[in-house]
Design a protein around this ligand. Sequence first.
Ligand code: AMP
Ligand code: ZN
Length: 137
Amino acid sequence: MNDCIFCKIVRGDIPCHKVYEDDDVLAFLDISQTTKGHTLVISKEHFRNLLYVPKDILAKVMGAAQKIAQAQVASLGAKGVNIINNTNEVAGQTVMHFHVHVIPRYSNEDALRLEFNSNKIEKLSLPAIAEEISKEM
Ligand code: AMP
Ligand code: ZN
């Protein structure tokens, strides 16, 4: 894609701080560095997001994400890691080229805030929801 910023990074038209590369996958430091070592793992081929990535490429991206997480723990002294994918604008996706964030965690007080609120769960029918999802698979 000509105007995609991550495709430009894959082509070398825009510089990046590369962490890992193979035939299908590229990983580089996120420019925002939410925490020290915050890395993006992307497919080299352009897919809009997780919903469109072929399974074999997804497996390669996640395999690289695991390696990077292990390296962040071993080299940077991270005590944990969040692996995050944002799919579509409603979920916070701003760059429309599939990528996974690998964010090392050093403390609960660092710059990443993740909150899973369950305050409305009692109004939902869990058996019905599970059935809705599973029948599409
Ligand atoms: P998302 O919100 O999940 O789409 O994440 C996109 C991420 O790409 C953001 O965290 C940005 O900081 C990061 N980003 C955008 N442009 C660049 C760039 N040129 N180099 C590295 N990271 C970038
Ligand atoms: Zn792209």
